[in-house]
Every structure is written in structure tokens, then in C-alpha cells.
Design a protein around this ligand. Structure first.
Ligand code: 5GP
Length: 207
């Protein structure tokens, strides 16, 4: 597969969506993989853009049909990455960004050779709490669960290849952009994309 799979993880409320949105505007040839979830839709969300919102029965049916590259129960709901979409994009040389939780990232680590794993962390736990409260998309009980889960997610940071501490949104966008661009310029990836004959051939000029 010639496209690169970028797996972005980090606790709820850390700012992953805003960072990814910013990067998508700057980097060419990258698509975002829209996940399926059983979580209720938030008022500002659009089905098919933010998630494919499905009921639990449909989700489990998709699991049985092996339609997910990975899936996990996150903060009490099912979330999964549609396998076919990701595989087709990578096969067509298109790079793919996943925004998934740490459990999902661990599954992808076992399944996809050469994927790139990036963790986005808050500057502090207190700041994460403030951001989640400011966002106000969750009920108090759900928010407490997300904070509890965040502690476990932060413990998994050493398993990732890159770590962005999201202090300033623009700086984080620049950092993620740099990682994506640098990964694509790795010698083996350039050769895989272009073919070694194109790079090393002298065009028949040498005698
Ligand atoms: P939210 O409900 O705030 O949109 O997302 C909650 C968490 O689920 C986030 O950490 C997000 O990264 C994760 N998530 C979103 N889609 C998927 C997915 O397809 N698989 C997994 N494992 N996690 C996901």
C-alpha cells in the first residue's frame, strides 16, 4: 500500500478535531476517515461528515461482517473505522488520517505495518478539564467518565512515535503538518510512490 496511514490519538477535549481540520487545509493528498459510532449525534454534527451515526444492532452486524479495521468501546459507546474506505485510499496512494482512541490505535499497530502513530496531549490535566468543561458537549456524568478515561490514555503515550503537546492550536497544526510531510519524504516511501527507475534513471544520456 503506497498511501500512509496517520493514527491520531489523545484524550477527549484535547483539541484533536481542530488540529486535524487545520492540517487538512494545509496538506495535499490527505483524507479523513469518518468513523461509525453508536454515540448520539451532537447538535452541531452532521451524519456522514463527523461520523456515521448507527444504532447498536447495525454496529454489531458490521462487526460480524468484518467491516471495521478496528473498533472499540470508548466512553461507553461503540466506535469503529470502516476498513474498506481506508484500504482503498491507501491503495490509491492517498494518505489517510484516523482520529481514534488508544485501544483502537493499539489494534492498528498490530494490523498495519508502517502506520504512523501520533499522540496529542494537553499541557496539564487541569487544562484538559477546563477545555472539556468549556466545550460543554457532554453531560456532567459523561464528562467525568471522559476525564477518568483520559488518565488511562495518557499512560499509553510511550507506545506512540510522536507526541504533540497542544498548548497553542496553530503551533500544533504546524507540528502535525511537519510530521506528515516528513514521513512522506522518507526514502523508502518516495521510492515506493515514484518507482526507483524514475529517480535513478539517467534518461539514457550517459555513455
Ligand atoms: P467523541 O465522542 O468525542 O467524538 O470521540 C470520543 C473518542 O472516540 C475520541 O477519543 C476519538 O478519538 C475516539 N474515536 C472516534 N472514532 C473512533 C474509531 O473509529 N475507533 C476508535 N477506536 N475510537 C474512535
Amino acid at each position: 500500500m503506497a498511501g500512509v496511514l496517520y493514527v491520531i490519538s489523545g484524550p477527549s477535549g484535547v483539541g484533536k478535531t481542530s488540529i486535524i481540520d487545520g492540517v487538512m487545509k494545509k496538506v495535499k493528498n490527505v483524507v479523513f476517515s469518518v468513523s461509525c459510532t453508536t454515540r448520539p449525534k451532537r447538535p452541531n454534527e452532521v451524519d456522514g461528515r463527523d461520523y456515521f451515526f448507527v444504532d447498536e444492532r447495525t454496529f454489531k452486524c458490521m462487526m460480524e461482517q468484518d467491516e471495521f479495521l478496528e473498533w472499540a468501546v470508548v466512553h461507553g459507546y461503540y466506535y469503529g473505522t470502516p476498513r474498506k474506505f481506508v484500504e482503498e485510499q491507501l491503495k490509491n496512494n492517498v494518505n489517510v488520517i484516523l482520529d481514534i482512541d488508544v485501544q483502537g490505535a493499539m489494534t492498528v499497530m498490530k494490523k498495519v505495518k508502517d502506520a504512523v502513530f501520533i499522540f496529542i496531549a494537553p499541557p496539564s490535566f487541569e487544562e484538559l478539564k477546563r477545555r472539556l468543561m468549556r466545550r460543554g458537549t457532554e453531560r456532567q456524568e459523561d464528562m467525568m467518565k471522559r476525564l477518568e478515561d483520559a488518565k488511562k490514555e495518557l499512560e499509553q503515550i510511550p507506545k506512540f512515535q510522536y507526541l504533540i503537546v497542544n498548548v497553542d492550536l496553530q503551533e500544533s497544526i504546524d507540528q502535525l503538518t511537519s510530521i506528515i510531510v516528513a514521513e512522506q519524504l522518507k526514502v523508502e516511501r518516495v521510492i515506493e510512490r515514484l518507482g526507483s527507475h524514475k529517480i535513478f534513471s539517467d534518461g539514457g544520456d550517459s555513455q
